[in-house]
Design a protein around this ligand. Structure first.
Ligand code: ZN
Length: 304
């Protein structure tokens, strides 16, 4: 018997926004002038409840390091890994993520911070947003680091809440669909610890692709269905248009009778199906990294 699992993501808010399809034609995304490899420092804040090292949410260094390796396999479309594809629209993003080697005070670091906390310690003036709550306990400036928090959700959140990310400030179309940080507030990526890295949990989200997906949002990608509109979906011409969330790991048809790209990282498909960012998606991410506040500065971070 096949187990049916309902997967809900906290991700992008789209329902309250009007698609700007009338004013924005499908864009010509500016192409990056070169394929220079862009290296970006990340910090992983392991939020936990006092579990021993390697137990539950207090994830081991090995699992964290392997997760960052998976992220790079996917973004570099690395041959011999799950992140490889030979699709004609598939692209190597030439973006690599590195655990920070220098912390904000200039001291050497592993790029992994462990923080035991109690939610009752939160002052009442902290906004009720996951990013703000975790940042109160552990945060490095987003101009120099991408903050990734692993959230110590209880087991019954597994396969229900996977992750969420704040989006960049950009003049690319679809910008209004991003979940934006509060003005001057915390930004980063929150991942349910159960879906961080590789594990043997059931439900198809156990190969580390939740972070690949959320990193796509952080660098300016929308879900392939965007505003759930065949004309205004993800503003990438090389991802077949679709106007509803893509959760199926079986081939199916989207807008215009075209087969949906089920392997795209910006779907809700299972981890083992995902293996592609397209050329237009890569162009959007590189444009954000070259132009957006608190993204462009990552390229010259002291954290590297
Ligand atoms: Zn998403």
């Amino acid at each position: 018997m096949k187990k049916v699992i309902i997967v809900l993501f906290i991700a992008l808010a789209w329902s309250c926004n009007t698609p700007d399809s009338e004013t924005d034609p499908l864009p010509n995304i500016p192409k990056d002038p070169d394929n220079e490899v862009l290296r970006i420092p990340v910090v992983v804040h392991v939020m936990h409840n006092g579990e021993e090292y390697g137990v539950g949410p207090n994830l081991s260094n090995e699992r964290i390091i392997r997760q960052i390796e998976i992220l790079n396999e996917d973004f570099r479309r690395r041959e011999g890994t799950r992140g490889f594809n030979d699709h004609p629209e598939g692209a190597d993003a030439h973006i690599e993520f590195v655990l920070a080697s220098t912390d904000p005070q200039g001291n050497p670091t592993s790029g992994i911070v462990r923080r035991q906390f109690e939610l009752d310690e939160l002052p009442s003036n902290i906004p009720n947003l996951e990013f703000e709550r975790y940042a109160f306990f552990s945060y490095w400036g987003s101009s120099d680091y991408i903050n990734i928090w692993t959230a110590p959700y209880p087991n019954d959140y597994t396969n229900i809440i996977l992750g969420q990310a704040t989006g960049p400030d950009t003049d690319l179309p679809g910008d209004k669909l991003f979940q934006k940080p509060l003005t001057g507030g915390a930004e980063g990526i929150v991942i349910n610890w159960a879906h961080f890295g590789e594990s043997d949990i059931e439900g198809g989200r156990n190969l580390g692709r939740t972070l690949t997906h959320e990193m796509g949002h952080y660098l300016g990608l929308l879900h392939t269905w965007g505003a759930r509109d065949c004309e205004a979906n993800d503003y990438c011409e090389d991802t077949p248009a679709v106007n509803e969330p893509v959760t199926s790991s079986e081939p199916y048809i989207g807008c215009d009778g075209e087969e949906v790209m089920i392997g795209n990282y910006m779907n809700y498909t299972s981890d083992e199906v995902m293996n592609i960012f397209t050329k237009d998606q890569v162009s959007r991410m590189r444009y954000v990294l070259r132009n957006s506040p608190r993204r462009v500065s990552l390229l010259n971070s002291e954290g590297l």
